[in-house]
Every structure is written in C-alpha cells, then in structure tokens.
Design a protein around this ligand. Structure first.
Ligand SMILES: Cc1cc2nc3c(=O)[nH]c(=O)nc-3n(C[C@H](O)[C@H](O)[C@H](O)COP(=O)(O)OP(=O)(O)OC[C@H]3O[C@@H](n4cnc5c(N)ncnc54)[C@H](O)[C@@H]3O)c2cc1C
Length: 472
C-alpha cells in the first residue's frame, strides 16, 4: 500500500505490504518525517540514524534553516563571547544519514500521511509548496515569542530566539552607542543609551546581563561616553525573575543586577511603546530606541494547521510515551508538546518548555518510534527537573542544581561547563572552548557589523542607484 505521492524531497513513502494473513511479505523502510530541526528534531533524528537497523527507516528532517540553534548560547553570541557560526549545528553534516529539506511545514494532513512544505525553490519556481509523504510523523516546531497586543510592540520590539536576532541586537546596541557618541541632540543621545528588556525569564535576563556587560566594557573606548551613561531597564510583570533557579537565587540575581546599576522593575508591565517611548504600568515613560521582548513563548502556530489535538494553550496533547493523544503514528516533544510530568505531585502538570526536557524527551521519542515499528512496548517519559544555571555576564552567574545553590564565578563556570558538555558535536565543543580560551588572552570585540545586514548598500551607492542605509 502506497500513498503514491512523490516529492522533491525524495521518493514516496515505504509501507509494509502484507498478504491476506497479515504476514509481512516485503518490508520497505518506514519513512519518518521530522518537522523541526531544533533540540527535539536534531536529537530525535540523531538517535534514529544511530539506532535504526539497516533498511529499517528513512529519515527526512524539515527545518527552515540548514542548522540547529543552540539557544542557551545566544546571550553569549550577542555579547561576542562566541561567534555566531559556533552556536549553530549544521544539520547536513550532523545528520549524514538523513535527508534534510530546508523549508517550512505549513500544514499536515495526517489522514493522508502528508505534510505540505514551503521551500525556497518551490517559491522561486512559483509552485508554492511540495508535499512530503510519511509513515511516522515527529512534530517538533518548538515555540515562538508570545507577543501581546501592546501598542507599538509589533513595530519596535526585538525578539531573542534566533541567532539572527541575537547578532542583530549586538550590532544594534553598539550602533546606538555610536549614535549617542556622535549626536549633539541630548534627546537622541538619551534614547540611544536607554535599553529596555521586557521579561525576566532566562532568555531576557541572560540577554540583558550579557549585553550590559559588553556595552559598559565597550564604553571605555568612546571619548564621550561613560559606562554609567548607559541605562539598562528590566521590566517584569511578576514579583521575581529567573523562576528556573528558585526564589532565593532569583532574589540574588535581582540584587546582583541592581548592584550593577541595572534598573530592575518587578510587578511592572509594558503598556505601550509607540513613537519609541516605552510607557510602563508604574507611570514612567522611557524614550528608547531598543525594546527587547522576551516575555514568554507560545507553541508554534503551524500546530493549528495540522488538525491534531491541542490543549487550550495550543500545545499538542501528548501521552507520556510522547504519542500525540488518540492518533496513530504521530509523535511530539519539546516546546510544542504538552507532555504529562509524571514526577509532579499535582496530576495534570505538563513538562515545562525547556531544553532539559526537550533533549531527554527526544531520546525516549526516538526509542519509542523504533519500538513501535518493531512491535515492542513503549517507554514512558519521566524526568524530574533538576534546576537551572544562568549566566549574568562575564564571570557572573546564578544556579540551582539538585538543590545546590551557587552564585558568582562558580555559577558562571558551571553554566559554561554544563552547556559546553551539552552543545552537540565535538567539533562545536572544541571551537567554543578555543574561543573562550582566546578571549581570556585578548580584549573583547566591540565593533558593530550592522552593515553586514545590507551587503549591497555600498555598491548601490557607487552605482548611483541606492541610498546609504545610515541615511534613512
Ligand atoms: C535565549 C534562550 C535561552 C535559553 N536558555 C535555556 C537554558 O539555559 N536552559 C534550558 O533548559 N532551556 C533554555 N532555553 C529554552 C530551550 O532552548 C527550548 O526549550 C528548546 O529549544 C525547545 O526545543 P524544541 O526542539 O521544542 O524547539 P526548538 O529548539 O526551538 O526547535 C524548533 C525548530 O523547529 C523549526 N520550525 C519552526 N517552525 C517550523 C515549521 N513550520 N516547519 C519546520 N520547522 C519548523 C524552528 O526553526 C526550529 O529549528 C532557552 C531559549 C532561548 C530562546
């Protein structure tokens, strides 16, 4: 039995052909489609390619980029401590036995076992999308920033989930310092030197702390900027930050940030940011050219185009075996999936969206896909959250792991050691370690390469067809 559709992403799906008594006559490889090449996608495909028997499975991975992003290193990439190329893992090299399709799944018809995928080629050819058939579906598109309907946010907000955003933000911050240094208008200078971050989870706090550290260091190279001229503000709606490291360590992090002259506003919301003025719920108005939005994530919107069962919050309803509830041959894990936390005291608790669960779930998921193909029993996912580590800039950090609390240099060291051990491939580990060692010997990089975002600008200017981007 074949579903017959062929696509640019390889041959049609292999199915198990059976005679009238149900015994397998020929067994074609099962076609496993992995949507998403992040934590879950990469690790699931990696385990599958290692553990599947010869001829047992064909693995196709669809991801909008040809790389996986190791998100916990984005703040260090923004600070210039790790180069952007080293926080991403090339899918083609790491998943040598898989077929990689660079594209974006836009819909899934699970009854027909087909995913619709938008690729660059299909767009250029005007065909729009291709159909990829499969036997087993692993749906792991992760999450997207949870933007709220705050006036002006869509126009001025900057997210912090991708390597492009992290490097764009680094360039932007340094560019604001260049603007402040060269303007004679005190209002422009003030707005350029005010950096507002909304959201006190690890993404927001680490991004703010690393960038503040880097920017104040860079200020020493400007003849007319002092480190204290830079104003960093952290806006958090609840009364604490970094809930992942526990209450006591969260309070320590607030003290540490305030001690560095960072304005931490707890119990405060961003009400609007129109005309580049951040208006906060405590009544303050902060003219700013930098508004970073890291106030949480929500499941990827593509899930709504799959017809698969979702929770109220839009995550895929999953069983502890990482199957999508009530559906055969469909699996999920990570930020996109509502997986029951079997270690929680309160029934109905879901595993939190973080890398700790994503990596471990991927291993169980891959094992279960293979077990189901082999007719073997499935394993339940069970992992008790062990705590978290967070960096607060160079040589500063906070951690709570297995109940052990650490702060300052030991926590920072643990953060680096932990993530170095976790980042995929020996190649990445070696490159990152080399960068850290070199950074210990030389001074920090402080240039903005924002012009990389407009590579044709100089030539267009020479050809008389364009305007210099700075002129706009
Ligand atoms: C700045 C930052 C720091 C973090 N630090 C930590 C930390 O210290 N500790 C921790 O535990 N967690 C941390 N996290 C959270 C952690 O990174 C996520 O929980 C984890 O990445 C979830 O894995 P995932 O595979 O579900 O999603 P992701 O890793 O986000 O992967 C999803 C993939 O799917 C792709 N995709 C999206 N839509 C489609 C589509 N339509 N078709 C095909 N592919 C698609 C995406 O491009 C992406 O590659 C951090 C997150 C951020 C943003």
């Amino acid at each position: 039995m074949r579903h017959g559709k062929e696509c640019g992403a390889g041959a049609g799906r292999g199915d198990h052909e059976e005679d009238h008594e149900g015994a397998a006559l020929t067994k074609e490889p099962a076609r496993i489609l992995v949507v998403g090449g992040g934590y879950v996608g990469l690790y699931t495909a990696l385990h599958l390619q290692r553990e599947a028997r010869r001829g047992e499975a064909e693995i196709v991975v669809v991801n909008p980029e040809a790389y996986m992003t190791y998100q916990p290193f984005l703040p260090e990439a923004a600070a210039g401590s790790i180069s952007p190329r080293h926080v991403v893992v090339p899918l083609r090299r790491t998943l040598g036995d898989c077929e990689i399709v660079v594209g974006e799944a836009t819909a899934v018809d699970h009854a027909a076992r087909t995913a619709t995928v938008k690729t660059l080629a299909a767009e250029e050819e005007g065909t729009g999308t291709i159909d990829i058939p499969y036997d087993e579906l692993v749906l792991a598109p992760g999450s997207v920033s949870r933007a709220l309907p705050v006036p002006g946010l869509a126009d001025h907000g900057i997210g912090f989930k991708t390597v492009e955003e992290a490097i764009g933000l680094r360039n932007h911050v340094l560019e604001q310092m260049d603007i402040a240094s060269s303007t004679r208008d005190p209002q422009v200078r003030d707005a350029a030197l005010t950096f507002v971050f909304v959201g006190g989870g690890y993404a927001g706090v680490e991004a703010l702390a690393e960038l503040e550290d880097m920017a104040r260091y860079a200020a020493r190279y400007y003849h007319n900027l002092r480190p204290d001229d830079l104003k960093f503000v952290l806006v958090e709606a609840t009364d604490r930050i970094l809930p992942e490291v526990g209450e006591e360590m969260g309070r320590y992090a607030v003290r540490e940030l305030r001690g560095r002259n960072i304005d931490v506003r707890l119990g405060t919301r961003l009400d609007s940011c129109e005309n580049r003025i951040a208006v906060l719920s405590d009544g303050s108005r902060l003219p700013t050219r930098t508004l970073v939005w890291t106030a949480g994530v929500k499941p990827h919107p593509v899930l709504a185009a799959t017809g698969l069962p979702l929770t109220e919050r839009g995550r895929l309803k999953c069983t502890a075996e990482l199957r999508i509830e009530g559906v055969e041959h469909a699996w999920s894990a990570g930020d996109a999936a509502a997986v029951p936390d079997l270690t929680a005291e309160q029934p109905g608790t879901e595993c939190a969206p973080n890398a700790q669960h994503a990596v471990r779930q991927a291993r169980v998921l891959a094992g279960n896909v293979l077990a189901s193909l082999r007719g073997k029993p499935l394993q339940e996912y069970r992992h008790r959250y062990v705590g978290s580590v967070a960096s607060l800039g160079l040589h500063k950090g906070v951690a709570q792991v297995y109940g052990k609390k650490l702060k300052g240099y030991p926590a920072w060291f643990m953060h680096r050691a932990y993530h170095l051990s976790r980042v995929p491939t020996v190649n990445r580990k070696a490159r990152i370690l080399a960068e850290w060692c070199l950074a210990g010997l030389f001074k920090r990089e402080i240039v903005s390469l924002g012009s990389l975002e407009h590579p044709r600008a100089e030539f267009e200017l020479a050809a008389g067809t364009g305007r210099h981007p700075e002129a706009s």
